[in-house]
Design a protein. Structure first.
Length: 154
């Protein structure tokens, strides 16, 4: 897109100079208008080429979320929440704990029966589906594992 803007601005500048040299009846104010407008459009194109969109924003205006961008806000003692064993992050329909990702409540329940922490877990709701969040709560309840805290990503 910025390349098309640069090309358009350049063509307007060339058209202005062409009109000045080849068309004797063209008024000077129209030539100035074409050249100045072309220069402004070229400057806009250069600025767009230098612009780096913010996290999650594409040039089309839509957003791109990889799903791994919000974990950095959950630091405790310098370690990320995904690396700590006492956190369970529910992200959409995914359940993340101890560096492992589970795609369903059943997988998480099986993990709890084999490797569950009896001390409890901290739940982090990162745009979780209600069904997934409830599956985690039910799995913890069925294993008699307490929920230490509940947080939401912001």
């Amino acid at each position: 897109m910025p390349a098309a803007i640069l090309l358009t601005g350049s063509l307007l500048i060339v058209l202005g100079f062409y009109a000045f040299h080849r068309l004797p009846g063209v008024k000077l104010k129209y030539v100035r208008f074409l050249i100045i407008t072309g220069a402004l459009i070229v400057v806009t194109g250069v600025l767009l080429l230098l612009f780096t969109p913010g996290k999650g924003i594409l040039m089309s205006g839509s957003s791109a979320d990889s799903g791994n961008d919000d974990v950095s806000g959950f630091d405790s003692d310098g370690a990320g929440a995904e690396d700590q064993d006492d956190y369970v992050i529910i992200d959409g329909s995914s359940i993340i704990t101890g560096g492992r990702v589970f795609n369903s409540g059943e997988e998480f329940s099986i993990y709890l029966t084999e490797n569950g922490r009896k001390e409890g877990y901290r739940l982090i709701d990162r745009y979780a589906l209600y069904e997934s969040y409830e599956d985690v709560r039910k799995a913890l309840l069925s294993e008699n594992i307490p929920v230490l805290s509940e947080e939401s990503a912001q």
